[in-house]
Design a protein around this ligand. Structure first.
Ligand SMILES: *Cc1c(COP(=O)(O)O)cnc(C)c1O
Length: 383
């Protein structure tokens, strides 16, 4: 077994390369020739299988240490495919801080199709237990929540789930297999928006699924082929390339996060900071026990005398944009942007205030990022 840094670079050969090309070719072919009517064919039609996509699918399965990987045209297509294994009448328990698009899919699509769900704080095992019904089939959550970066123990939740006969499904977008391998902690299915860290360059929309067992893999494969939301070979190649530098990028992003937190923490303009790597954060113990690092996203609350809109509008290097995980640094105001669809009361109850800023830190020079934050803070102070 090779180390993670070697695995991200090399992946697993699909043995379809007759030229010796170092990278898996982009197979732009929707269909494949049968040698004869009786001959068995490895590939027949590209929705069902494509060698470029399959390289990526094996690559992510290896990194997450699962049995099977699947690539989809977006993170939401991947999540849809996973939730599509459930049937009308089934009930799910879901984390109360999941990605807004996932919540919308459950609340406005699957609910109408008679798959019900209960939202709970996944850190609260008693609340999970209380939410289990006779028809509950799975618990779905994100081990690091967005934008407050609260950490849930995958180990404890999946242990409880197994005892109750439920599947554990984890959205590992914010940590990636470099920082946490949920399947090794007991989860059954991992999903990713590969749009974020895995591709890493803000140039592709993609989603991935990894199953612990081949049996679950069969179910996801059926849905992938039947619903057809597959990733194109071009985009599969981009994600494959992005993954090769995943560990390098995250190392730099986390170094930059540490430098920026060190700079911001003592400033009177910062009311509080949210990052699981801070020893005073409420979930620090779980984070240290289950993650090898805490990622490139952190958030902070501006003091009341700082105008949040002025602050983000005056950032120059940090681009005002949603999304995360790429080489360039992004800033956003969750209250107005990523979480604007939540009713005000829910936003506030979740701790998403108008003064909260989320930074997705890139790989630039830390000194330049610091200088950018500093100048924007100066402009944004209300005297
Ligand atoms: C972005 C995101 C998604 C959705 O992925 P898309 O690639 O945008 O479809 C799902 N989960 C999390 C945690 C995300 O950040």
């Amino acid at each position: 077994m090779t180390g993670f840094n070697t695995q991200v670079v090399h992946g697993q050969a699909i043995n379809d390369n007759q030229t010796g090309a170092i990278n898996v070719p982009i197979y732009n072919s929707s269909t494949y020739q049968y040698r004869s009517l009786q001959a068995s064919v490895r590939w027949d039609y590209a929705r069902s299988g494509n060698p470029t996509r399959e390289f990526l699918e094996k690559q992510i399965a290896q990194l997450e240490q699962g049995a099977c990987g699947f690539a989809f045209s977006s993170g939401m297509a991947a999540i849809h495919a996973v939730l599509a294994i459930f049937k009308p009448g089934d009930h799910l328990i879901v984390g109360d801080q999941i990605y807004g698009g996932t919540y919308r899919l459950l609340d406005q699509y699957f609910k109408e199709r008679e798959i019900s769900f209960t939202s709970v704080d996944p850190r609260d095992l008693t609340a999970i237990k209380a939410a289990i019904q006779p028809n509950t089939k799975a618990i779905y959550f994100e081990p690091i929540s967005n934008p407050l970066l609260r950490v849930t123990s995958v180990k404890q939740v999946s242990q409880l789930a197994r005892q109750a006969g439920l599947l554990t499904i984890v959205d590992n977008t914010f940590l990636t297999p470099y920082l946490q391998k949920p399947l090794m902690l007991g989860a059954d299915i991992v999903v990713h928006s590969a749009t974020k860290y895995l591709s890493g360059h803000s140039d592709v929309i993609a989603g991935l699924v990894v199953t612990k067992t081949a049996e679950l893999g069969k179910k996801i494969y059926f849905i992938q082929n039947a619903l057809g939301g597959v990733l194109s070979p071009q985009d599969a190649s981009l994600v494959r390339r992005g993954i090769q530098t995943l560990a390098l990028r995250l190392d730099r992003q986390m170094e930059n996060v540490a430098a920026l937190i060190k700079f911001l923490q003592p400033l009177p303009q910062i009311a509080c900071l949210h990052y699981p790597g801070l020893p005073n954060s409420e979930d620090y113990q779980v984070a240290v026990a289950e993650c090898h690092g805490f990622g490139g996203v952190f958030s902070f609350e501006l003091a009341p005398n700082v105008d949040a809109a002025e602050f983000v509008n005056h950032l120059q290097l940090f681009k005002l944009a949603v999304s995360l995980g790429a080489v360039e640094s992004l800033a956003e105001l969750p209250y107005e942007m990523s979480h604007a669809e939540l009713p005000v009361a829910e936003r506030l109850a979740a701790g998403i205030t108008p003064q909260l800023i989320r930074l997705a830190v890139g790989i630039e020079e830390a000194a330049d990022l610091k200088a950018d934050l500093k100048q924007a803070l100066v402009v944004a102070i209300n005297d």
